[in-house]
Design a protein around this ligand. Structure first.
Ligand code: GLN
Length: 464
């Protein structure tokens, strides 16, 4: 693509690309063509007049459709919210607009972010732009596909248990899940509030750093962000830590596709030889095997509580469309009709494990185990500055391959969820294509709490 002369020209060429290709790829739920052009024109006019423009001026941004953009449909890819318009914008979205990022549209996802390959969207079907027979990853599959297809530079996405990193890995993009609480969650639809984290999924580390610097930081509407300062990560992106002790957990490679292992190890070794001061050491991190059950128990528990508001009265498909003799029957008809099987499964599991009879056996135990995992991570970071391994144990699978078996789908998250359980910043950067299937593998880098600056520098060094 030749360098466009104006923001408007850039936006128009993206819109043309979307018109030509998105009917096949299915990255977007909605494209905001007119708004994007108007926003681009306004930026161009200010530039021409020598007036100030924001730090994202000209960057074309997609927004995962579980994040509110005022006046636009906020569907979570569910029939439940198909026609719901957001009454306000998420803080992160407001910040992107204030810094002149051009918002081009909302991207597809698994229904309410529950999934790992985007197949559970009820409103669009997304394929992997690198191979139309394969999934884009999930839940932010539309975001990853939009970036990989060149429809936008970067997206604002959300990662509860890998939803930014896994699709980034499957589509050969860069995805960053910041430290829990670094970015305000105001204006997002919860999957599980103690895990959910907004972050960038983009074509390169530079665009992710710019977006993250813009959206992060304290917000009076989300107490978790208290005391978080905004940092300009772009300014120091090309520096590199003097000494970098990298720990590689052996457990990350057991059960991992051998071709993915080969690509990821190749990338780790390449970093070691390219940079002075990098020390690589394998170690054993046995508690990692509990991360997946911890995640799925706690995620379902929090999700079942967050989903109570979708009853057709407060939010959701209007109850007038449901028949029923009393309130119970109306609400259950609405929920039965408007929610997909995976969403229902999680509501049921979450309700079950938090009931008085079973809480101690499941929910409370998972909370304790999560605590232990956090402590182990803290110990690991006494010895290491970063932990590396694959983002997912496989490459993007074929469409439909895991539709019938939820456990197989959950297993794809096994390497992504440890960072969410511990609230740590983690990212995926391309590790090249695998020799067998010629599909991208992702190198995952996990950093200590608040360690985004070094994390981004490492990603940048890996990208070169
Ligand atoms: N695949 C995970 C799940 O289904 C991750 C979801 C997410 O990060 N939003 O829960």
């Amino acid at each position: 693509m030749k360098n466009p002369d104006s923001v408007e020209e850039n936006v128009r060429s993206r819109l043309e690309l979307i018109s030509a290709r998105d009917s096949r790829i299915g990255a977007f739920i909605e494209v905001y063509a007119e708004d994007a052009i108007a926003q681009a024109r306004d930026i161009d006019a200010r530039m021409k007049a020598g007036k100030k423009v924001g730090s994202l001026a000209g960057l074309v941004v997609g927004i995962k459709n579980s994040i509110a953009v005022r006046g636009k449909r906020l569907t979570c890819a569910s029939k439940m919210l198909e026609n719901y318009a957001a009454p306000y914008s998420a803080t992160a979205v407001e910040r992107i607009i204030a810094e002149d990022g051009v918002i081009i549209g909302s991207t597809n996802l698994d229904e309410f972010s529950c999934g790992s390959d985007c197949s559970r969207s009820k409103l669009a079907k997304t394929v992997n732009p690198l191979d139309f027979e394969r999934v884009p990853g999930g839940s932010s599959g539309g975001s990853a596909a939009a970036v990989a297809a060149g429809f936008c530079d970067v997206t604002l996405s959300e990662d509860t248990g890998g939803s930014i990193r896994l699709p980034a890995a499957f589509c050969g993009a860069v995805g960053v899940k910041p430290t829990y609480g670094a970015v305000s969650r105001y204006g997002i639809c919860d999957l599980a509030m103690s895990f959910d984290q907004l972050g960038p999924l983009g074509r390169d580390v530079g665009s992710c750093a710019r977006l993250l610097s813009t959206v992060m930081g304290e917000d009076g509407r989300d107490a978790m962000t208290a005391g978080v300062a905004r940092v300009d990560y772009s300014a120091h992106l090309n520096s590199f830590p003097k000494r970098l002790r990298v720990g590689v957990p052996k457990e990350f490679f057991s059960g991992c596709d051998e071709w993915v292992s080969e690509a990821v190890w190749g990338k780790i070794k390449a970093l070691e030889s390219a940079r002075d001061g990098v020390e690589i050491r394998e170690f054993s991190f046995p508690i990692l095997k509990y991360a997946l059950p911890i995640y799925y128990i706690l995620c379902a528990s929090e999700f079942s509580s967050a989903m109570q508001k979708y009853d057709g009265l407060k939010y959701g498909m209007p109850w007038s469309e449901a028949n029923g003799r009393d309130l119970n029957e109306i609400v259950s008809t609405v929920r039965d009709r408007a929610l997909g099987a995976e969403v229902k499964r999680r509501i049921l599991i979450g309700t079950y494990v938090t009931t008085k009879e079973f809480r101690d056996a499941w929910y409370s135990k998972a909370l304790k185990a999560r605590d232990a995992l956090k402590k182990e991570f803290a110990r690991v970071f006494d010895d290491f500055d970063a932990v590396m391994g694959p983002t997912a144990p496989m490459v993007a699978w074929k469409l439909g391959e895991k539709d019938q078996d939820p456990l197989q789908m959950y297993l794809a998250d096994i390497l992504a969820v440890p960072a969410n359980c511990a609230g740590l910043p983690a990212a995926s950067v391309p590790a090249g294509r695998t020799k067998k299937e010629n599909m991208p593998a992702g190198l995952q880098v996990i950093a200590p709490w608040g360690g985004e600056q070094a994390l981004l520098q490492i990603l940048r060094a890996c990208e070169k």
